[in-house]
Design a binder for this molecule. Sequence first.
Ligand code: CTP
Ligand code: CA
Length: 227
Amino acid sequence: RDFFNGALPLRGKKALVSAGPTYEAIDPVRFIGNHSSGKMGFAIAETLQNLGAEVILISGPTHLPTPPGVYRTDVVSASDMLSACSKHFDQSDIIVMSAAVADYTPLEVSDQKIKKKDETFQIPLKKTTDILASLGKRKTNEQTLIGFALETNDELAHAKDKLIRKNLDYIVLNSMRDIGAGFAVDTNKVTVLERNGGITYFELKDKKAVAQDICQLVVSHQSTINS
Ligand code: CTP
Ligand code: CA
């Protein structure tokens, strides 16, 4: 909060942040989800707000309180999250997509509870829209677009590929190999790759401190745009 000594470098800017998991319904009582807690995205939303931005937080199902002053929209599925993000994208100067969006969703949702029957059972799935990639196609030079990448192997190569393919300014890489990083913990260890090839390796720290590191990059990127 005081790393800019109380200055509000993002005053007048609009920010859009996605956070948390998505739930993809299978039937009225079941869904496909993931272990994302939403903590990283909520910390980023709070930090951007503290730096003076007007923040809209699009949240999947989480148990987190809304940071003071942040406008929040709750969504459930990847498809809902796409609509909500898409609606606010063009008016946003800063867009941080930290949600853990499902890559696949059931081809059809049963309107009745599925009964158990055979020893094995399969659910046909179809790909969801990649929200970040679709926003990347619409991005202008005035916008700062940040994505995340969760990898277990060949981390830098995979993250770099996502950075370029999705037309991002920065990608925040989380490696599942790092102890104390990832889901359901309060700490994270990230590496940030920039569009121009720069790489910064950050230490393991509290997610709120990671959010400050990411938001400092946002401030510097926005200041180069406005100069
Ligand atoms: N993402 C998204 N919409 C999706 C899937 C992912 O917007 N349907 C975004 C995430 O919010 C994240 C980034 O894409 O910012 C990378 O997510 P990740 O799961 O690491 O990468 P994918 O491109 O989905 O590739 P894969 O899961 O195969 O590694
Ligand atoms: Ca994915």
